[in-house]
Design a protein around this ligand. Sequence first.
Ligand code: AHR
Length: 490
Amino acid sequence: MAKYVINTLNRKSKINREIYGHFSEHLGRCIYEGIYVGEDSSIPNTNGMRNDVVEALKKIKIPVLRWPGGCFADEYHWMDGIGPKEQRKKMINTHWGGVVEDNSFGTDEFMELCRQLDCEPYVNGNLGSGTVKEMQDWIEYMTFDGISPMAELRAKNGRKEPYKLKYFCVGNENWGCGGNMRPEFYADMYRRYQTYVRNYGDNKIYKIACGPNSDDYNWTETLVKIAGRFMDALSLHYYTVPGIWKSKGSATNFTEEEWYITLFKTLKMDELVTRHGAIIRRYDPDNRIGLIVDEWGTWYDVEPGTNPGFLYQQNTMRDALVAGINLNIFNKHSDIVVMANIAQTVNVLQAVILTEGEKMLLTPTYHVFDMYKEHQDAELVESFIETKTIGTDKNAVPNLHESASVDADGKLHITLCNLSLDESYRIETEIIGKKPENLSGRILTGKMNAHNTFDSPENVKPVAFDKMSIAQNGLDIEIPPVSVVSITVE
Ligand code: AHR
């Protein structure tokens, strides 16, 4: 019997809804086919956006969408993607598969997508190969309300009103695909470029600097020291890659050892946000700067037979656990993690949605986002679960993982993961400061490599969870192996 204590009287940080954010790049079939099919497509769409995908993303309350990349961002020249579509440049997407990019999805289409999704746009600027003027003009095009060349251009393209843009990042992975810079050099470049990222009218931009790759603590320290006062947040990228050397591992055909390797590597996120967070706070005593994990998720070998540059992979119960653990970690660190964006929304890496022609399926990861959505904008509460170590010698992991929050109506939301492949656990839950009266819950469970296919899209989906009851001090819960559970206590 594991002990679990939730203290609803000890309210901690607000869980920004943006922690449940997404990332979409001009990569493979994410934007084209996955989201945007064009107005003339036979696939039902609104202004070119797939209705089924928009509807599914609205259901999980997508709060923010990052675009246009990724590595693509530092090669993207936004002016190529505006104006009459037939006049837009066709070019090679050099990073991703060498395919033709026809620029039919550009700034105005992205803003239209965010309008349909009712989410915040998060635009990633080009520092690697773009000019300061280009970045300055882009901000003016999107947000300036008045007489100016860019506002006029926007009006000519059919949009008189400025857009609202809150989140803007100055470059992507500038330590790698975004220019192979040293942190000192990027920090100075950041200081320069961000100067021209202006606030027009009442539009206030939240400026994000390109942060480190995984555990590059020197990058964070150097950047915050040199440029901290010019940023609102910095980003962090960390992927869960189970394999090493030549193969990243198969998305569906993996061993029990690989299950635990994957979860072990996922849990590293806790250490990363803790240590990067501590460095930031050392230079930011007012707790002003946030950490944005704007690329996270699993990265496997592509599905056999698909373009290696498209990063298309399947998604199993293992991915569901990876999502559940990461989201619990972000909740627990919501005092510094202000946003996170899973890579990537549709058809790329740990996608929440896969499409094939007019068919669409929801992945196990999608269902985790659905089950966790009640945490959005709720208050994290203190909680502690007693765990035991399972897994293998090299890849030891805790058997259970959790987070808990209280929403504006006083409802308690608990999300729990059982990382074990074969054991179920009874959890004696003490709830301080709240007497449970009504319980409801959902569970996502299945074999470790269970997944949805276009022929069988509902193999893995949440069902009602009833292995719980009200006990003297709280709840009794029994959680089966390989599962993610969400519980609401009223
Ligand atoms: O998400 C795929 C790629 O991973 C992104 O383009 C890049 O930022 C990262 O290396």
